[in-house]
Design a protein around this ligand. Sequence first.
Ligand code: SF4
Length: 354
Amino acid sequence: MAARERVMVGGVPVGGGAPVVVQSMTNTHTDDVEATLGQVRALATAGAQLVRVAVPDAAGAKAFGTLVAESPVPLIADVHFDHALAVAAVGAGAAGVRINPGNIGGRDEVREVVEAAKEHGAVIRIGVNSGSLQRDLREMEERDPAGALVESAVRYCAMLEDLDFTAIKVSAKSSSPLITIRANRLLAERIPYPLHLGVTEAGTRWAGTIRSAVALGVLLAEGVGDTIRVSLTGDPVEEVRVALEILRTLELAPRGPRVISCPTCGRTRVDLEPLALEVERRLEESGLDLEVAVMGCIVNGPGEARKADFGIAGGDGEGVVFARGRPVCKVPQSELVDALFEAIASRGAAPSEQ
Ligand code: SF4
C-alpha cells in the first residue's frame, strides 16, 4: 500500500497517492559546481524529478546554495556524520535532507536538523541501511535482517515525531533484494510515511539493473513505495533510464518510447541486435510515445508483433516496414531503419509526456 501521508519535496508531491517519483544522485564532487550542475541537468533531462547531492564537507555545503538556485529540479542533501552540514544545506535551500539519525550525532544534533527543516520547509529522509544499525539491533540483524532495519527506522520516526516533526520519508535499504522487499513490506504496515525504495550497492549496470528491477518491481506491484532510486556503479543517467523503465513496465508511468524485439531463431537471416539497438537509440531520441517492433523474419515477424504501432522485419538482403502488422513498404536491408522512421514521421506520431 502506498503511503497515507504526503510530503512536498520542493514542488514535488511524494506519497499520499501521488505518482511514484524517480530520483537519482550525482557522483561529481559537489564543490565542482559546473560539473555537478551539468549532471543535475542531465538527470533532469533524462526524467529525474528529484536529485540528491552528497554534502561531505564545508565546501560542498557552500556550493549547495548555487546548485539550488540553478537546478531545474528540487535538490536533496545527503549528509553523514556532521549535523552542521545538514543544517547548512537546509539553510541553503535543500528541499530535503537525507540523514541516518544514528550517525549524525545524538538527540540534540538531530533536534538542530529538525529545527532547520521546520524553519525552511524541508523534508527529512530517514535512511537506514544494513551495516549501519544501532548497536542493540545488530544481534537482531543476525537472525532477522529485515526486522532489524524496520525496527531502526521506526525508532527514528518516533524520535522525529517526539520533536514534533512529521515531514518524513523513510528508506530501508539492503544490498539484498529479498531483505529490501521484506523490510519495505513491513515498514508499509508500521508507518504512514512515504517510502523511498532502493537496493543499496546494487552493483554494476547489468547486475544492478536486475537486482533493482526485481526488488522495486515486486514492491511497486504490491503498491509499496512512493519514490525510487536505482543505484548503479556508473553514469547516474543510466539509473534514471532504468527507474523509468521499471515504472513503465508496471504501467506506473506513461509508456514512452518502447522497442520490442524477437529473440531470433533458425529462420533469421539478418544480424538483428545492431538493428534493434539502432532503432532503440533513435526512438528514445525522438521521445515518441510508440511501441516499435524489430523482428528477425518477414514471414512471422509482422504477425507476431501485430500489436506494435510500427515495426521492421529483416529478411535476406531486404526487409519490410509494417504498421499494426500490415506491410507499409519493402526496402533493401541497409535502408530499413531510415524507412521505418520515415513511415513514423509521415504518420505524425506525438512525443510522449514524461
Ligand atoms: Fe524467429 Fe521470425 Fe519469430 Fe524472430 S520473428 S523469433 S526470426 S520466427
